[in-house]
Design a protein around this ligand. Sequence first.
Ligand code: NAP
Length: 504
Amino acid sequence: MKKIDNCKIIIFGASGDLTKRKLIPALFDLYCQGELPKEFSILGVSRTEYSDEEFRKHVDEGVKKYSERKENDPKLLEKFIKNIYYLAIDTAKADDYAKVKDKMSEISKESQKDNYIYYLSTPPKLYSFIAESLQKQGMTEQNDQTGWRRMIIEKPFGYDLDSAKKLNQELFNFLKESQIYRIDHYLGKETVQNIMVFRFANSIFEPLWNQKYIERIEITSSESIGVEDRGGYYDGSGALRDMIQNHMLQILGMITMEPPSVFEANAIRNETLKVFQSLRQMNKEDVDKMVIRGQYTESKVKGEKLKGYREEKDVAAESKTETFVALKLFIDNWRWGGTPIYIRSGKRLPTRVTEVVITFKNTPHNLFKNSAVNQLIMRIQPHEGLLLKFGMKNPGAGFDVKAESMDFHYDEIKEYVPTAYERLLLDCMMGDQTLYTRHDAVEACWTFVQPIIDAWKENPEIKVYGYPAGTWGPMEADNLIEGEDLTWHYPCKNLTNDDSYCEL
Ligand SMILES: NC(=O)c1ccc[n+]([C@@H]2O[C@H](COP(=O)([O-])OP(=O)(O)OC[C@H]3O[C@@H](n4cnc5c(N)ncnc54)[C@H](OP(=O)(O)O)[C@@H]3O)[C@@H](O)[C@H]2O)c1
């Protein structure tokens, strides 16, 4: 892609955790690879009082701790930091945005034409207000004289279907869809993008990629940590909103979409949208049968006492917020009609892992007394890679079938793998929206999730199952899987909290 020679990044919510831990380190990593435009600067904006120098010191610590390139020449970091500025404003006061305009004019003194990215890393209630306030200052208008104006919007995009629609509508008063970049950092992960390449650059699997040959699809995303210090936010959100509505459904879109006619943002986004629109809607009875919600309870793992969710800081003592969800769903289209798809995500599970497991159907006729399961496992994180399981003859007399596997690990590639935020920030600079979520896709995902939210709200008798912290969630989640004696694919060899058991 053609590199641009000028870009100014204005981060709202610059004193926050995301800016320090992810955004500035990702920009530094891009800088180290020579990927940033010749002329670039970063302006941090939030309410906390910092001078330029104090803010530079604050982000310098973040880069040193979190950058993938922290071992680089310290001089490079010094040079990079000089391009960073800060402005304290009352972000809830429209008039204060005139100061942003003034500061940008100061920073850009020599540029005739500037390209701006506004990165909204604030609480979501401010998203449309910031867009409106920038528009009032004439800062969202783009033409040949001004350069382009783009806005990256952090998750969560909406709290439910109505609020997501409202936010889209409000943003459209100030910006065009082509200026809005709704970020889902899962799509920035190399291994998630590889799903498309794996499917559409090879002819081996695609003929089998349908309900005729695939028995079931599972997507698991687990975290071993609890809510940490985000209890206040999480208690109003829960696993369904925080993980399923966005990240998990986006991965599902990539796994199940039709091949696009060209590899271009709208063609790809049209195909994932069709998947989201084909998700079978659930009614109250379906929710009761097909969705299991759980909440972690106190337990002891390797001698360490782990708190229950309700004992966490800023969590209501009677909270019914789910820290675990497992669901079974169907895509009602020609390719996937009848294939069960299982998704689960949770906190305080035995390990941190995200993976997709495709289980192929058995052979039509079994010639041998035993058989092997054909599975393709796409590991998104950690130990990123692919693993294919198949049956081989057990050497020696007879025809015993033995399960074997072939695998590929990303860390065998010696090349640098960019982080999700690096990739997505660079894409935004290039004007590539492929890995950002379009307004209709966000709404389609909320449309699928909304009946589950409603059923839980309106029917308190739908259980919230407890599960001891450090286990794979409520046992009831296993009962979702169709077929005798079948369970989820467990990524770890045993059920203790130990990442070393999580090899692919
Ligand atoms: N952290 C993550 O890993 C992560 C991951 C995905 C998405 N996100 C999303 O990214 C956004 C930022 O996350 P974060 O973790 O950086 O949050 P955070 O640490 O709480 O930071 C929020 C930022 O917003 C600023 N802010 C401006 N106006 C505010 C107001 N009226 N009330 C409260 N804060 C205000 C705060 O700074 P001042 O108080 O100085 O104004 C602060 O810089 C959130 O929407 C979050 O959902 C975060």
